[in-house]
Write a protein that binds this ligand. Structure first.
Ligand code: DX5
Ligand code: ZN
Length: 222
């Protein structure tokens, strides 16, 4: 199933509650939550208190993307604050398997994430252990960047690996996705699409509807 996961990194934080309602009105059912620590990536975003507030105010599926060093330190807290799925970067920890297990033990869905320079083969040992692979299509750290086309080749390579193993994996893409390139990402094999600027610049619910419409076009054609 194809899913749209709007990234609140691009939201107007003074109007966050209202904008989340607009995301719901547009028909999306996931929300992407980017956590940055100023170490793994240069910028700092937001963390647990914001996640808890959102959790109290929405039923949307909360897809948390940790861009932090040693994410294993904070898994319990993000789970407690309401994450439904926790994505962490395989480049950010020496204990990928232990971190996957920690998330599973808390009853949450697990995703592992790769930066643009990390090859597809790096995720191969974990394909049977996770629910999702998140393929970054920009360098993590900032919204509003342009999609790096070579990352979509990696999406195709990972989709092939998963198909060979008959593994029904979600593949998420994140960064620089808009109405023009969203179908390229789906065609490459992604089924969960993050969009920040393409959702929150302009009318939020109209943008969500337009992106969902584009995603359906592909579903009808295929
Ligand atoms: C970047 C974040 C993205 C970002 C996407 O590090 O992981 O989720 O918000 O924003 P856009 O869609 O504007 O590239
Ligand atoms: Zn993200």
């Amino acid at each position: 199933m194809n899913i749209l996961s709007p990234s609140i990194l691009a939201a107007d934080f003074c109007r966050l509650g209202e904008q989340i309602k607009e995301v719901e009105a547009g028909g999306a059912d996931h929300l992407h939550f980017d956590v940055m620590d100023g170490l793994f990536v240069p910028s700092i975003s937001f963390g647990m208190p914001v996640l808890s507030s959102i959790r109290r105010n929405t039923e949307l599926f909360l897809d948390v993307h940790l861009m932090i060093e040693k994410p294993e330190r904070y898994i319990e807290e993000f789970a407690r604050c309401g994450a439904d799925l926790i994505n962490f970067h395989i480049e950010s920890t020496e204990d990928v398997e232990g971190t996957i297990q920690k998330i599973r033990n808390l009853g949450k869905k697990v995703g592992i994430t790769v930066k643009p320079a990390t090859p597809a083969e790096a995720v191969e040992p974990y394909l049977d252990l996770v629910d999702m692979i998140l393929v970054m299509t920009v360098e993590p750290g900032f919204g509003g960047q342009k999609l790096l086309p070579h990352c979509l080749e990696k999406v195709s390579a990972i989709r092939k690996m998963a198909d060979v193993r008959r593994c029904s994996l979600d593949i998420e893409v994140d960064g620089g996705i808009d109405r023009d390139n969203i179908l390229h990402a789906i065609q490459a094999g992604a089924n969960v699409i993050v969009a920040g600027s393409a959702v929150f610049r302009g009318n939020v619910s109209d943008n969500v509807k337009a992106l969902l419409e584009r995603m359906r076009e592909k579903t009808v054609c295929s």
